[in-house]
Design a binder for this molecule. Structure first.
Ligand code: SF4
Ligand code: SF4
Length: 192
């Protein structure tokens, strides 16, 4: 199926149809653009991956990469001596910002790729910097509404676990996420 993108109206129309194109109705359809477009190519690639886990992995990793590229060399949380902007403003004695209570945090760095974490910024950062939101990421629409909800809620989780949550579906994922959330809460209480 060839998608026409000759003008802005065509592009808007295509973007609006992404949730439809990702449904089972188009599961055997091979999509193609009538001309090259770097941003839309990613969406076409995602729509043409018909194996569920492969598509989830591609969308997830591509979005993480886009965010890493955008935020590269930007100190959004303005860390100084391990304290983030919010911690300095509130004169907290804690360090390592939001990652403080996460079991993956290693010497102030994140060794995994968590999309929810990458897209989260507190008010202190929002007031000072231009941040990317879910609405800015058209590729995000290639996830189902439930997957979008799950990605947005899956903080403090490794890339592998988030991808498995998305693949396993809402019921099993809710159990897995709740279990991890309780463990994180316990860790948090121990660190207060
Ligand atoms: S988002 Fe806010 S609270 Fe979290 S690390 Fe950044 S400045 Fe700190
Ligand atoms: S998973 Fe999230 S909270 Fe944990 S270290 Fe990575 S960015 Fe920080």
């Amino acid at each position: 199926m060839v998608i026409k993108i000759d003008n802005d109206k065509d592009i808007i129309k295509f973007k609006k149809r992404i949730p439809l194109y990702r449904t089972f109705i188009f599961r055997f359809t091979k999509f193609k653009l009538n001309k090259d477009n770097k941003e839309l190519n990613e969406i076409i690639t995602a729509l043409n991956i018909k194996k569920r886990k492969n598509r989830i992995t591609y969308i997830y990793q591509t979005l993480c990469q886009k965010l890493d590229n955008y935020y590269q060399n930007k100190n959004m949380c303005e860390f100084i001596d391990g304290k983030c902007l919010a911690q300095r403003l509130s004169k907290s004695d804690k360090i390592n910002g939001c990652c403080r209570i996460c079991k993956y945090q290693t010497n102030g760095l994140c060794p995994t790729k968590n999309l929810a974490c990458k897209l989260f910024y507190c008010d202190a950062v929002y007031k000072k910097h231009k941040v990317i939101t879910y609405k800015d990421l058209d590729l995000f629409k290639c996830f189902s509404p439930l997957q979008r909800f799950m990605v947005k809620s899956d903080f403090f989780t490794s890339e592998k676990d988030v991808i498995n949550d998305l693949y396993l579906g809402i019921f099993i994922a809710t159990i897995r996420v709740s279990f991890r959330f309780i463990k994180t809460l316990i860790r948090h209480r121990k660190n207060i």
